[in-house]
Design a protein around this ligand. Sequence first.
Ligand SMILES: Cc1ncc(COP(=O)(O)O)c(C=O)c1O
Length: 410
Amino acid sequence: MNAQILKGDGVALYTNPVASAADDDYGQFRATILHKLGFDAAEKEISGWPGYSSTTLHALPHLANKLGIAELYYKDESTRFGLKSFKALGGAYAVFRLIQKNIAAQHHGHLASPEEILSGKYADIISKMTVTCATDGNHGRSVAWGAQLFGCRCVIYIHATVSEGRRAAIAFYGAEVIRVQGNYDDSVHHAAEQAAEHGWTVVSDTTYEGYRDIPIDVMHGYGVMSREIVNELRDHPPTHVLVQAGVGALAASVCATFWQAWGAKRPQFVIIEPERADCFFQSGQVGHPVVVTGDLDTVMAGLACGEVSPVAWDILKNGINCYATIADKYALEGMRVFANPIADDPKIVSGETGSTGLGLLMAAQGNSTLWKTLGLDSNSRVLLIGSEGDTDPTIYKEVVGKTAQEVLAQ
Ligand SMILES: Cc1ncc(COP(=O)(O)O)c(C=O)c1O
């Protein structure tokens, strides 16, 4: 497809001139950077954790009809392990793998099962470990939860604009939470420095020079969510998937699993970012990672990132068909639309970052050029990744005018 940038009211699209065709072997090969065996292992371990169950894939026929498409699906991560976001799968899985590796190093390569680790059998090893990371909320909550569940110490760094609600949600899982000056990327650098000084292990969701194994575990953990989707839509894949991106770990994981599962039938892949934190949008235009600076301010808290994850980029640079940015107002409107369903469409609690896909559809709907550029028409079957529920209940109520409980009870 030829490169073009198109703009509407609070929305911009850039069609990727180097997108791999769906049946392109080179693209398929890139997707193996996240390996099928890695996804298999994550699926096996995480499905054995207490409280695991597949989250709901909602169909919204009335909203689809209103938007002028054939089908609309929403993968609802608001119930994931009680943490209210898909992130529960990644950080906690990386903590688990780290613990497994430490035990293996001291027990002749034995890979301990979740049951063994949870039984306290290896508490002497695990209790001496400290994990740390920087977060804008959900990743840190997952790392803290995993550390508490499996029994190691945890220190989490948050940046200046992370809300009090998100701070409290991390502290709830027993982590020491420290607020630092600057934006998300500043907190990433700070966590790395502190870890080096104290001998802790950074469990980051983003890769950087010389650091990729742990974030790759995180991405394999996210694959549990995409594989649940594949299991439900296997013979009837969507034509489009709309995925929100911060550092791109979620998007890379979805892209790789869908490519592996659906090959030539994989959906058109659209990535969505906030206007002021558009590192993929800008990187796509020059063909290599670009750092976006400034306060990256957006209501889509999980997406306030200025640097792509290099490993995610390696998969996505050819996997993305279209880059999109949207203004905050569309994500907020998406939350309200989900909370007030049409007829018997399901009631959905979707947070600021969870509603971006619907936000993009609504932003593009009135503009036939944008709609066409996204390749949307009355036959389209669109999948939205509902990456979070009301991860900050105070903000949720301010935006929607009701609590999550009230939405579900209405
Ligand atoms: C709810 C939610 N959705 C999406 C994302 C984006 O994930 P990634 O940073 O892997 O692109 C995040 C990141 O924190 C998030 O919290």
